[in-house]
Ligand binder design. Structure first.
Ligand code: ATP
Length: 360
């Protein structure tokens, strides 16, 4: 059903029930997303999940089969791209090779010569490209080229900035620096931004809101913290960050069991099998085994150093095929005593674990 503009009062761009097929292939199913003014949104998901298709529909470069796009209360889904005043940067958005940096940036400006020069200078300042304005694209590094592309996209003061993997062709160091620069610039200008990426670190470090997509559908919309701490699905928990998974079964008495032992978690209603999820930093190494709790004995198989953390790989004594990772910091119990071959009690804090049904 089409939402009325009042359904999400603080939304500025509203994507409502968008679907898209390519032949018989369903690239997007019923996408709903509300974006606030000034928000930085990342569309995150594996290759082929439909993120670029969604961005192209927002840009007007692709037409949806059904559904609508609203800006405020106006429907914009049928406007041609040129009428939308969006700035767009693609991964390989080639700059015009025969134009200088300054000419590239000013390309879309329809102003008097003096106004244009002033605006181009502002943008050169903004994005720290002063001194190279007379160079041609072939004389720039990859990072500089993407900054020029960004300045060009921002030249007309767009209301919405659309970025499709703008940093993915750059090497790791340049990418990280540009990521921070992009965030700083976005906040300074307050321009609402939607960026497509398959890089979870990028999405988690830059976005206000992350939209996790899989197979043409939205799996979860939330802040980076929510997505990481409280994943809404098995897919999200596994795709973002590092995850431990342990198989749960329902016993004859109806309670959840792990390797045949009862464990105090709720199984999803009706499910006889489920997966227990826990982040490595939430696995606790105990100093003593406590009867009557969910602590279990485990054997340390190996210990790796990760900066300030020790990452232990453990297997459960009840079933050595069940293994988990524990990230242990210098102030955590067990840090000093972790070594391969040791038996240690571990526990999984109930408020940190999540349980997801397994399709049977
Ligand atoms: P990537 O990160 O690889 O770019 P993506 O999540 O951006 O992936 P899309 O480019 O949106 O994915 O594509 C979603 C699906 O739709 C893919 O399976 C793709 O092959 C298919 N697809 C996209 N464009 C077309 C097209 N013009 N014709 C046919 N199929 C298409």
């Amino acid at each position: 059903h089409a939402l009325s503009p009042n359904d999400a009062p603080d939304s500025w761009l509203r994507i409502s029930n968008i679907s898209k097929h390519f032949g018989a292939f369903k690239a997007l199913h019923d996408i709903n997303l509300n974006i606030r003014k000034g928000e930085f949104v990342c569309l995150l998901g594996p290759s082929g999940c439909g993120k670029t298709t969604l961005l192209r529909i927002i840009a007007g470069l692709e037409v949806q089969d059904s559904g609508s796009l609203f800006m405020g209360s106006s429907e914009i889904g049928n406007l041609p791209p040129a009428k939308r005043n969006y700035g767009i940067v693609f991964q390989s958005y080639a700059l015009f090779p025969n134009l200088t940096v300054a000419q590239n940036i000013g390309y879309a400006l329809r102003q008097s010569r003096s106004h244009k020069t002033q605006r181009v200078n502002e943008l050169l300042d903004l994005i720290d490209l002063n001194g190279i304005e007379n160079r041609y694209p072939a004389e720039l590094s990859g990072g500089q080229q993407q900054r020029v592309a960004l300045a060009r996209a921002l030249a007309t003061s767009p209301s919405l900035l659309l970025l499709d993997e703008p940093l993915s062709a750059l090497d790791a160091k340049v990418r990280e620096r540009l990521r921070q620069e992009l965030r700083r610039l976005q906040q300074k200008l307050g321009v609402t931004t939607i960026m497509v990426t398959h890089d979870q670190d990028e999405a988690m470090s830059i976005a206000d809101t992350v939209v996790v997509m899989s197979k043409g559908q939205i799996e979860q919309i939330g802040s980076p913290e929510q997505i990481y701490r409280d994943p809404a699905s098995h897919f999200v928990a596994d795709f973002v960050g590092r995850a431990n998974w342990l198989p749960l079964c329902r016993s004859a008495h109806g309670v959840a069991t792990l390797a045949g032992l009862p464990i105090k978690v709720e199984l999803p209603p009706g499910a006889d099998k489920a997966s227990l999820f826990c982040r490595p930093e939430d696995v606790k190494i105990e100093t003593h085994w406590h009867a009557g709790t969910d602590s279990m004995m485990a054997i340390v198989d190996r210990v790796d150093f990760h900066g300030g953390l020790r990452r232990a790989s453990l297997s459960l004594c009840v079933d050595r095929a069940m293994s988990i990772f524990a990230d242990v910091g210098p102030n955590d119990a067990g840090y000093a005593t972790l070594e391969p071959g040791r038996r240690v009690p571990v526990s999984l804090p109930a408020h940190k674990v999540r349980v997801f049904a397994v399709a049977s």
